[in-house]
Design a protein around this ligand. Structure first.
Ligand code: UD1
Ligand code: CA
Length: 461
């Protein structure tokens, strides 16, 4: 870590008109959380003394999303340019502190890159992050002299034809000492094409004073990509997802197609984990050794045990799933569910707020809610737990080694003892004792000689 007194200033006062949205730009999400929170997290990882966020009109909505006491919120009432924006945050920052300027709409910047940028300040007065762009339209260009030293930055709108040919561009991210920035920014005017106070003018002023400028060229264009509209939002999202997939693959996860995986949270994965295509992982996800997730699964806040197989098209939320289970295809698991070892759940089965112990099976077309189920129990096709009486939810208890036939309704609160068998088609409203066959079934009868009605040919004549 750096032995410096570091103050991070994040510019986020842009209106984001081009997003065509009521949501402030920096609250649009990348990887499932506001783009600004990526920048704040990266800034935090540098262990700065302060993080200031320069915000505009929609400040309150933005502040509400960041429940952290350690952020300084600085209002820029009028959007007069990037230099003016930085000035709103400088009061309160020690003159000797190093200021690092970041952007709320440039979310993929990495801390390693920022460390390099800050290291550049050791023997320079200003350190800029630049990048090479084949298509530099819209960006400020880096003007160097014959010796290759940076002299100034010229904004696209103020650049000559020749300057517009330059492909080294300003990412906007820079570092300098607070006292220097304060002095330079007081001297900048707004006599330019956009009538704004440009932060970039500090570079020319530093050079005028005889200061040396360091330019750290960022090799990964994704890191410095900004977001102004929904197209760029989608581009940055893809870049972020590519990064997540690469991270997982480096840690040994087999990702069938890195372009068809979405991570919107934190994933920890053991060895030999496989993720098939179109998987969405949200919140906190733990995948045990050898776990495999089939195509088109959405999994949120879940732990998946070792060697468990999730077959295609499952939706799993808020669940702990044991080892060696087989789930799906087409299973829905809802919050507060926990499954033991070797549990089997099949197609069109919904489980909610239930505990199912080792070796039990619910293979077809069932709803199990608010239930405790023991081990080695088998639930027949179409079995429904009636847990809701229209007002209250009630619990169901099912013991070990129970066999429940097909199409049974268990009207909660009710319990089925261990070793019980329930006959197919029963509606169970009272507790079923252990070890016995219980059924409720109207007797079957046959009406001999009964005839189906025939169409009356006289009607309508
Ligand atoms: C700026 C740089 C340009 C660089 C480009 C990289 C200046 C003068 N130009 O240009 O050299 O290539 O970024 O994307 O700095 N902001 C405020 N308050 C303001 C103005 C801007 O908070 O008054 C914030 C915006 O929300 C945005 C960022 O600063 O996040 C950049 O502002 P923008 O107007 O987009 O700058 P560019 O013209 O793109
Ligand atoms: Ca501008």
């Amino acid at each position: 870590m750096f032995e410096l007194n570091l103050a991070v200033i994040i510019l986020a006062a842009g209106q984001g008109k081009r997003m065509q949205s009521r949501l402030p730009k920096v609250l649009h999400s990348i990887g499932g959380r506001p783009m600004l929170s990526h920048v704040v997290d990266t800034a935090s990882s540098l262990a700065p003394d302060s993080i200031s966020i320069v915000y505009g009109h929609e400040g309150d909505r933005i502040r509400k999303r960041f429940d952290r006491a350690d952020l300084r919120w600085c209002l820029q009432a009028e959007r007069l340019g990037t230099g003016h924006a930085v000035m709103q945050a400088l009061p309160g920052v020690e003159a000797t502190a190093t200021v690092l300027v970041l952007y709320g709409d440039v979310p993929l910047i990495r801390d390693e890159t920022l460390q390099l940028l800050l290291a550049g300040l050791k023997d320079h007065t200003i350190s800029l992050l630049t990048t090479i762009m084949a298509e530099p339209t819209g960006y400020g260009r880096i003007i160097r002299d014959h010796a290759g030293r940076v002299r100034r930055i010229v904004e696209e709108k103020d650049a000559t034809r020749a300057e517009q040919e330059i492909t080294e561009v300003n990412t906007g991210i820079l570092a300098a000492r607070a006292g220097d920035l304060q002095r330079w920014l007081q001297r900048t005017g707004n006599d330019n094409a956009q009538q704004e106070y440009y932060l970039t003018d500090c570079v020319g002023l530093a050079v005028e004073e005889g200061g040396a400028v360091h330019a750290e060229i960022c090799r990964d264009a994704d890191e410095v990509r900004g977001i102004n509209d929904k197209l760029q939002l989608a581009d940055v999202e893809r870049a972020y997802q590519r990064r997540q997939a690469m991270d997982l693959m480096r840690r040994g996860v087999t990702v069938r197609d890195p372009a068809r995986l979405d991570v919107r949270g934190r994933v920890s994965a053991g060895r030999d984990v496989t993720l098939d295509v179109n998987v969405i992982l949200e919140g906190n996800i733990e995948l045990g050794d050898g776990a495999s997730i089939g195509p088109n699964c959405v999994i949120r806040d879940a732990t998946i045990g070792a060697d468990t197989e999730i077959l295609p098209n499952c939706v799993i939320e808020g669940a702990r799933i044991g080892a060696q289970c087989r789930i799906g295809p087409f299973t829905r698991i809802r919050p507060h569910t926990s499954l033991g070892h070797d549990v089997r759940l099949g197609n069109f089965v919904e489980i909610k707020a239930s505990r199912i112990d080792e070796g039990s099976k619910v293979n077809h077309l069932s709803y199990i809610g608010d239930t405790e189920m023991g081990s080695r129990t088998n639930i027949g096709a179409g079995t429904i737990v009636c847990n809701y009486d229209g007002v209250n939810k009630h619990r169901t208890h099912i013991g070990n080694d129970v066999f429940i036939g097909s199409d049974v309704q268990l009207v909660a609160p009710v319990s089925v003892g261990s070793g019980a068998t329930i006959g197919a088609g029963s509606t169970i409203t009272k507790d079923a004792p252990p070890g016995e066959l219980t059924l409720s079934r109207s007797p079957q009868k046959t009406i001999r000689g009964w005839q189906r009605p025939k169409k009356d040919t006289m009607i309508g004549r």
